[in-house]
Design a protein around this ligand. Structure first.
Ligand SMILES: CC(C)=CCC/C(C)=C/CC/C(C)=C/CC/C(C)=C/COP(=O)(O)O
Length: 269
């Protein structure tokens, strides 16, 4: 009985490309920053594609042939990722002082500070300490809860996903947590979406101020990509997460009725 020819790793020649790839090779060159040919597995793939090799090959087992076809979802995700990286690099025009729009960097950094967690947390705590009405205290208590929930969820997701910040980012951010070395999702984008939805729902504002609130949130998100801190998908997901976080806060709305202890304890401070 003829046995299939085996490669250096003991796998059948022809089949290993399919079984080891699980449909990944098609996009490896698209996403990899290494020079083509640097990856020995890719080199094997090219060798297996050569007419010389094909002449000596044999039909692939059914399951291996299935592996050669990446799923539609896989292709869509990898294409989205490639577009994301390309677009984020193009938009990262303030990443360095010497970048194309380097002169706008101070303005972008101002937007960065305007969406940072520390001013919001300290500002809310200060307003809470000065508030003398139950209604005001209730809103501020919920804003504090929203900000803390946001910090927790973003840290959790960043720690789970562990997506590195773009290579062109300069890590010169003002006060960060250890998970802030990761970029998915953007904490500034979640906070901007959460706070602006909170403000629009709980403050009576004239139309121009409502428009400014939404514009501020959008600009905070855009500045993250322009500064090179994030990829576009980090910010897009951040906006979505922040929007959903507000729904959680609204659903769990703290009031003297459902959290009396919290309000009593605070008023005794
Ligand atoms: C004051 C109270 C009640 C609690 C303090 C809780 C706490 C641990 C605050 C830390 C705030 C902080 C350092 C937030 C980091 C904000 C930041 C730099 C996020 C990164 O944003 P990204 O858009 O780059 O992901």
């Amino acid at each position: 009985m003829t046995s299939p020819r085996r490669g250096a790793e003991g796998r059948a020649l022809g089949a290993p490309v399919a079984s080891s790839s699980s449909g990944r090779f098609e996009f490896q060159s698209l996403l990899s920053s290494r020079a083509p040919g640097a990856d020995p597995t890719c080199a094997r793939l090219r060798a297996s594609e050569s007419p010389v090799h094909r002449r000596g090959s044999f039909p692939l087992p059914e399951e291996a042939r299935m592996d050669l076809n990446p799923s539609f979802l896989g292709i869509a995700l990898r294409s989205l990722l490639a577009i994301d990286l390309w677009l984020s690099k193009k938009l990262g025009v303030c990443a360095r002082e010497r970048s194309a729009w380097g002169s706008v960097r101070p303005l972008m950094k101002l937007l960065e500070i305007s969406g940072h967690g520390i001013p919001f947390l300290l500002g809310t705590l200060y307003c809470l300490s000065r508030s003398d009405s139950w209604a005001g205290r209730e809103v501020l208590m919920n804003l504090l809860f929203a900000l803390l929930l946001d910090l927790l969820l973003v840290a959790l997701i960043k720690g789970l996903v562990r997506r590195r910040r773009p290579a062109h980012n300069q890590m010169d951010m003002f006060v960060t947590l250890s998970v802030d070395k990761y970029s998915f999702p953007s904490g500034h984008a979640t906070r901007a979406a959460l706070v602006s939805r909170f403000i629009l729902n709980h403050l009576v504002l004239a139309i121009p101020l409502r428009v400014l609130t939404v514009l501020w949130a959008f600009l905070v998100g855009l500045s993250r990509v322009m500064l090179g801190r994030h990829n576009v998908t980090d910010v897009a997901f951040g906006f979505l997460l922040g929007y959903l976080q507000y729904s959680i806060v609204d659903y769990c709305w703290l009031s003297p009725h459902n959290a009396p202890l919290l309000f009593v304890l605070w008023s005794q401070q």
